[in-house]
Design a protein around this ligand. Sequence first.
Ligand SMILES: C[S@@+](CC[C@H](N)C(=O)[O-])C[C@H]1O[C@@H](n2cnc3c(N)ncnc32)[C@H](O)[C@@H]1O
Length: 223
Amino acid sequence: MDWNTRVAAWEDVAASPAFQRLADRVLTSAAPSPDDRVVDLGAGTGLLTFRIAPLVHDVIAIDAAPAMVDYVTDATRDAGIDNVQAAVSDLRALALPDASRTLAISNYAYHHLDHEGKLTALHELYRILAPGGRVSICDMMFALSLRPRDRRIIFDKVRLMARRGPAGVMRILRNAGRVATGSWEHPERPEVWVELLTETGFADIASFELSNEAGLVVARRPA
Ligand SMILES: C[S@@+](CC[C@H](N)C(=O)[O-])C[C@H]1O[C@@H](n2cnc3c(N)ncnc32)[C@H](O)[C@@H]1O
């Protein structure tokens, strides 16, 4: 997916009540403090970045799409905000020094990485967090499985798309094709996230199922 062409469309999604509620959950779980040096991973148009900036020391908004980074840079300048920087970087190779951040937040970004990609990205996250640094990651968290929660999420998604008429049916078919060819997104269940964070060495891990498809995991780099 080319996120460079989706800046305006994503800004509408990020402004929706559903995404504002997700941002509320991330911020509450992150418990930001004035000393925190924050990184927002896969920041997009800055939904989390601009909500958390007034509460912390500084925020670095990381995104792989230069157009998203330009959007955050322009919005930061236009609003006269002095503690936000945006940078182009991949979640799997963060252009940040070791142990340089005390809090990492993320919303709806990691499902773009496959299982191995997430593991690589979590090792990177561990590297750039200071000892004791906290993590709060929200994402779509389910699997294409017959487990009751997964089944309900998939059924709801298909029903919503089908309601949109021919365009929705086309989308269902397109998504089915992407699943069949392995080019669909890679959401994972909250339990798998706990396994990934454990494998990476994080401690104090907890996961939460949020409304619809969303989930939240929190963790800490051991002190
Ligand atoms: C669905 S948007 C979410 C944006 C924002 N976090 C929000 O909640 O509004 C996903 C973002 O992740 C970014 N992204 C996807 N894959 C990435 C990667 N490998 N490294 C860094 N950013 C990535 C995309 O460019 C996009 O801006």
